[in-house]
Design a protein around this ligand. Structure first.
Ligand code: MN
Length: 477
């Protein structure tokens, strides 16, 4: 390599041109084991693991003393720059992935939502353009928003050519992205034929629409009507129906944002019968209760998400479902809208409030503080819930979600004693409100390494627009 020799002298090798990091004295925690040691990263990958490593020509040595070291978080359910109800979610791929990195999440999986009549591959190309400014690595799930003659073939193209082995189905929102049962069945069968995984938004869409109209007609137009239009029974019914349809179609299904006892019970029942079915919940459902909809001055609109925040008794059912393995993943459904100018579109009619809230930055801190520190879940299970399982379920493992030779150098140095208070005034989300405003947390990332580079350190983001890579995923071994 003479050109390198010219630049770097005769002893230089390609490796010398690649950024290196040596992480020392780590209390390393993965889903499988915990050990004390050093980690060497080169060229964006983990290249050496040992109890003690000598410093080489690394650019940076990180002392992890007093810290836990986790594989970077993987959030498989986020919506950057998503058009909803006449507006667009307020984090784009750049600000959203930056916020993710600041919180220890080094990989996201977002979605492609084709218009009805639009080819999936055309929608994918447009979405990849929007995502190209991401600062962290990302994948995309394909939403099956309509069913036509070519849909099954497009799904095959997604799996075989585009690195998309996962499809989202909506049982609600039939006017825009949701499917009728007959179409759901086609999509489930196509997914089965492709050995793909299906993510499902489970609510009884027709009844939700009926209740929304009925509440509005009766003059209930404020945000407090939102939870009344989407009761937990409708989530339980849809979850139960989907488990049965999925089993009969032979599809592997993952229910997103499980919020309530009824849905958790439906999942547990299907799992007991031996079917492969997975469930996700989100911090807002574990930690907030329905009283948020009583907040005055339209502040309640910030909490308009679907499914809604439930009465407090559902929280314990969700923690129990995490403990017992009925739910395997904690994601965020990050989809922020500013109260001013966005949520306000529905000031006179809750049906026009764009549904969604910010969360991608705080998933690890909230689950660590209120799960691990409170004794509700074990530390290694925490790593599994926020990183390893989502990586495995969506075809990213072991490149993501593990600390192993050859894996991407995505590492979180976690200070278990660091404390903070979540606030919209300090978060990295591009959003004027936080649904976790005032929540105190113990345990925060102090340094985040992604793609082998220090991208967050002591409150300082060092990210590069467009440095995030599209992740082609595969579920075949
Ligand atoms: Mn979502």
């Amino acid at each position: 390599m003479p050109e390198f020799a010219l630049l770097w002298g005769k002893h230089a090798t390609l490796e010398d041109l690649i950024v290196g990091i040596l992480l020392r004295n780590g209390d390393i925690v993965t889903a499988e084991k915990r050990w004390r040691g050093d980690i060497r990263c080169r060229g964006g990958r983990i290249v050496e693991l040992a109890e003690a490593l000598d410093a080489g020509s690394e650019d940076e040595v990180l002392d992890a003393s007093g810290h836990l070291v986790f594989p970077g978080g993987v959030d498989p359910h986020v919506h950057m720059q998503l058009p909803v109800a006449g507006t667009v979610s307020s984090d784009d791929f750049e600000s959203g992935t930056a916020a993710a990195l600041a919180g220890g999440t080094t990989t996201i999986v977002d979605f492609v939502h084709p218009e009805r009549g639009e080819s999936f591959l055309a929608a994918l190309a447009a979405r990849r353009e929007e995502a190209s400014k991401a600062v962290a690595d990302y994948g995309l799930h394909m939403a099956v928003t309509w069913w036509g003659e070519e849909t099954a073939r497009w799904m095959a193209d997604c799996v075989h050519q585009e690195g998309i082995p996962s499809f989202k189905l909506y049982m609600a929102y039939k006017e825009t992205v949701g499917l009728e049962d007959a179409q759901l069945i086609h999509a489930l069968e196509a997914a089965h034929n492709l050995d793909a995984r299906v993510l499902v938004h489970a609510e009884h869409g027709d009844m939700v629409e009926h209740l929304r109209s009925r509440l509005a007609a009766a003059g209930s137009l404020g945000p407090e009507a939102h939870p009344r239009s989407r009761p937990p029974e409708l989530e339980g019914e849809a979850t139960s129906r989907m488990t049965i349809l999925a089993e009969l179609a032979g599809a592997s299904v993952y229910i997103v944002h499980v919020t309530c006892r009824q849905a958790a019970e439906a999942l547990a029942k299907a799992q007991d019968s031996g079917w492969e079915i997975y469930g996700e919940t989100c911090p807002q459902y574990l930690l907030l209760d329905e009283s948020v909809y009583e907040k005055p001055d339209f502040e309640a609109a910030s909490f308009v998400i679907a499914p809604p925040i439930r009465p407090a008794e559902h929280q314990e059912a969700l923690w129990e479902a995490l403990r017992t393995g009925v739910l395997q993943v904690v994601a965020t459904d990050h989809c922020p809208f500013n109260l001013e100018g966005q949520k306000e579109l529905g000031r006179n009619d809750f049906r026009r409030i764009p549904g969604g809230a910010a969360g991608v930055e705080h998933r690890l801190a909230l689950l660590y503080s209120y799960g691990v520190k409170k004794g509700r879940i074990e530390l290694q299970q925490f790593v599994d819930l926020v990183s390893t399982r989502p990586a495995q379920l969506f075809g990213l493992y072991p490149r993501k979600g593990s600390i192993s030779i050859g894996a991407d150098a995505d590492l979180v140095l976690w200070d278990p004693e660091a404390t903070g208070t979540i606030s919209a005034s300090t978060h990295h989300h591009n959003c004027d409100r936080s649904i976790f405003e005032g929540f105190s947390v113990t345990g925060l990332p102090s340094t985040v390494v992604a793609a082998g580079r220090v991208q967050y350190k002591d409150g300082d983001l060092r990210v590069e627009r467009g440095a995030g890579r599209y992740l082609a995923r595969s579920l075949s071994a």
